[in-house]
Design a protein around this ligand. Structure first.
Ligand code: URA
Length: 490
């Protein structure tokens, strides 16, 4: 009898090494005992040591598919799995096509194990619900009870999916931890180790309630997709029974009722009173990354969200990201941003003391050859994207907002005011806060007359200083003299 000892229940590399040595030594499956961890039994100690394989270069005949299946099957709780897999690989040495014999008992068993683990893996991906850890921005913990030992196998998926978060997934036998750089595994945990229910769960309930469509209710299909055993850890599951019970009434109501705007996941950013603004902004930013409210969102590379100080008394709003911003994901970093930065310096304003954003968060363009030519957003885009601007303003609460250009004026005031007029009189933003206006820096870059461009640039600096003074009550040290604009090299 040979004893093959594995380090853990999911020690695939260990199993593979033993299988290779056993095949090389032509050991029959019936003559192998598979054990996990250290044995308590001294009798076995004599037999423990893995017999050295006679030929270290020996390579058994094995397909990639079998190895992939074996890796999954090893995560199953079936006690016999190590032996089954060895029996299969042993038989495959004489019968390489064995796996295609779908009526073979061992193959049937293997396929059942793989199917069950794959399903559990899929359910974990669908049903892990993270809870925010209070006081630790962007840190989330989830409790999940998988049917099989799939934590290590599944963790890389969560690492890719939630790459910008620090997270832990706790399960009764194993835990996975990711700190945005490294994935680590630790022992199992208890449900109580995960944070208490939080507002994020309300959000899931809101979301689930919003997507539940009574007119398309299929109870059986729902049960198959969200089996009952997962319900206890799913915040939204408590809605299922009442939603089903109410479905017919809701359906009738839906037919009668006027359409109502759905609540958004990002409402969570405002639903928890104690949530630090930085966390709330992170939630908004993450949510906005998937925004597809308007019809040009899908053409842009990414959502370019605002950035800067959440304590800023001055918010600066541009039109929409340009080509460079769309690629880098940050506002005002291309040629227009360079001119804007130069103007800020000359006006004596520190960029990181401001909150800088755009009225529209996606780049709108027409492709021309290899280039993407800027297109102004439509009014409908401005109106749709105002939701995000409003959310940013609820967090930053700027005393004064400087709108750069017509789009920003429209987004903030809700109406079209000529720039000169808005520049002269200022305007009320939709949330009642004070708005000032100035020329958009891109319009200065587009100006072909150098004298006109220099005048516009001078005005931009004057407007920046004025906005700063109104927002902080202080004129800055740079004085009031505005500067030099070199048209060819801003
Ligand atoms: N123009 C804008 O209005 N915003 C940017 O972020 C870049 C260019």
């Amino acid at each position: 009898m040979r004893v093959a000892r594995l380090e853990s229940e999911t020690d695939f590399e260990g199993w593979r090494g033993h299988a290779r040595a056993l095949l090389c030594d032509q050991v029959s499956p019936e003559d192998v005992t598979w054990q996990v961890g250290k044995t308590q039994d001294n009798l076995f100690a004599i037999l423990d040591a893995p017999a050295p394989s006679r030929d270290p270069d020996y390579r058994p005949k094995v397909s990639k598919q079998f190895l992939a299946d074996a890796k999954l099957a090893l995560c199953h709780r079936d006690q016999e799995r190590f032996g089954l897999l060895y029996r299969l690989i042993h038989r495959m040495q004489d019968d390489p096509g064995l796996l295609s014999n779908t009526v073979d008992d061992d193959v049937i068993r293997l396929n059942a194990l793989v199917k069950s683990v794959s399903r559990d893996r899929h359910k974990m991906r669908a049903f892990v619900r993270f809870r925010a850890v209070k006081g630790e921005p962007d840190t989330f913990v989830s409790w999940f009870e998988p049917e099989h030992r799939i934590v290590e196998e599944n963790a890389p998926f969560f690492m890719r999916r939630f790459a910008n978060m620090t997270w832990s997934i706790l399960t009764p036998e194993r835990s996975a931890h990711y700190d945005r750089k490294h994935l680590r595994f630790g022992p199992g945990a208890k449900k109580a180790d995960a944070p208490d229910a939080d507002a994020l769960e309300d959000l899931w309930r809101t979301y689930y309630g919003a997507i539940f469509n009574p007119a398309r209710l299929k109870v059986k299909a729902m049960g198959a997709e969200m089996p009952k055993k997962y319900w206890k850890n799913l915040p939204e599951a408590e809605l299922i029974a009442p939603l089903i019970a109410n479905a017919r009434k809701l359906e009738a109501g839906m037919v009668e009722a006027a359409p109502t705007p759905p609540k958004r996941l990002a409402d969570y950013a405002f639903s928890e009173p104690g949530l630090p603004p930085g966390d709330a902004l992170a939630i908004l930013r993450r949510e906005a990354a998937g925004c597809a409210l308007c019809d040009h969102a899908c053409h842009a590379t990414r959502t370019v969200f605002g950035e800067g100080s959440l304590d800023a008394s001055l918010m600066v709003v541009g039109e929409q990201p340009g080509d460079h911003e769309d690629i880098a994901g940050r506002p005002f970093i291309g040629p227009t941003g360079e001119l804007f930065d130069k103007a800020l310096i000359e006006a004596g304003l520190a960029r990181d003391a401001l909150y800088i954003t755009n009225a529209v968060k996606h780049f709108r363009f027409t492709p021309k050859g290899k280039n993407r030519i800027h297109q102004s957003p439509k009014v409908s885009h401005i109106d749709q994207c105002r939701w995000w601007l409003r959310a940013e303003r609820r967090l930053v609460k700027p005393k004064v907002t400087l709108a750069m250009g017509a789009t920003a004026i429209r987004a903030l005031s809700g109406r079209s005011i000529p720039i000169d007029e808005a520049r002269e009189t200022g305007f009320d933003c939709f949330d009642g806060r004070a708005g000032l206006a100035t020329i958009h820096p891109a319009a200065i870059l587009r100006q072909s007359d150098p004298d006109e461009a220099a005048t516009l640039y001078k005005n931009l600096i004057i407007d920046l200083r004025r906005a700063q003074k109104m927002a902080t009550g202080k004129a800055n040290d740079a004085g009031d003299e505005a500067s030099s604009f070199n048209h060819t090299n801003p």
